[in-house]
Design a protein around this ligand. Sequence first.
Ligand SMILES: Nc1ncnc2c1ncn2[C@@H]1O[C@H](COP(=O)(O)OP(=O)(O)O)[C@@H](O)[C@H]1O
Ligand SMILES: [Mg+2]
Length: 313
Amino acid sequence: MKMYQIQQLRPKESQILKMKAKGDQKVKPKSKKQWSLDDFEIGRPLGKGKFGNVYLAREKESKFILALKVLFKTQLEKAGVEHQLRREVEIQSHLRHPNILRLYGYFHDATRVYLILEHAPRGEVYKELKKLTKFDEQRTATYMTELADALLYCHSKRVIHRDIKPENLLLGSNGELKIADFGWSVHAPSSRRSTLCGTLDYLPPEMIEGRTHDEKVDLWSLGVLCYEFLVGKPPFEAETYQETYRAISRVDYRFPPFVTEGARDLISKLLKHDPKHRLPLDDVLKHPWVTSNSIKSPKHKIVEATVANKTQS
Ligand SMILES: Nc1ncnc2c1ncn2[C@@H]1O[C@H](COP(=O)(O)OP(=O)(O)O)[C@@H](O)[C@H]1O
Ligand SMILES: [Mg+2]
């Protein structure tokens, strides 16, 4: 049943990609059908985005369940982010990893742009964190494994996410973590001084200070996230923007007594002011606190093991 659904979805998906490859969306293949709102039944809202809402949806023909992210063109234009949206689509549609939310395609009408996304049935990690106040070491380490594995894949393609925070991490049907919202992602290195809207909490010193940055910004965010999962709030949280700014640029944070030595070791190796000194992702995956607490092992390690077994025999 599932196979059938996926096959149903693929032809159009590849059409979209083919058209994008041609680099000109105005030239439509005449005989081929494009996605339109008519192809979907719209269900309940899943969440609120900056430029519109995300809805549960079902593709009529295949009954394939997905998420439809709706963005209003007027709002995109007002904020001047059309270029950013194009990059989000371009980047996310080419990534294939179990811990990265799939983007199957997009379409638009007179007033809106629609992104066709994989549905993450268990919602935001943020909501889970609010519900449980904080996560235990097992859960945190498992998320760290999944995140580091997915980021390793992104970075191998020189894609940096730059917006790793609990609201942008969704959960699949088996509770597996899915990185979503590539709205701020870029190809490294970048010196883009985009207007920093929203919270500074997850941003590294080099980004808040507007310096050139690279993949290592995501290592910092991984450290912030690991802290927040275990403690229940991010390390540089403060009353004002200015205070958070100062705390980040001085790497000024404290651990509550219950944070264990192993977790402190990992977090402090990620929260380094100098990007070059941050613990690389493969070392995050091998970190003793991570390996002893995580209930999952990274995908790339399994591949390595398979290759090793083959060469042995
Ligand atoms: N594929 C999805 N499955 C389930 N919920 C989703 C999905 N995509 C988005 N959401 C929900 O909608 C919210 C906004 O989506 P997001 O892509 O982060 O928008 P924005 O780029 O405006 O921040 C998310 O925080 C999440 O709660
Ligand atoms: Mg978001």
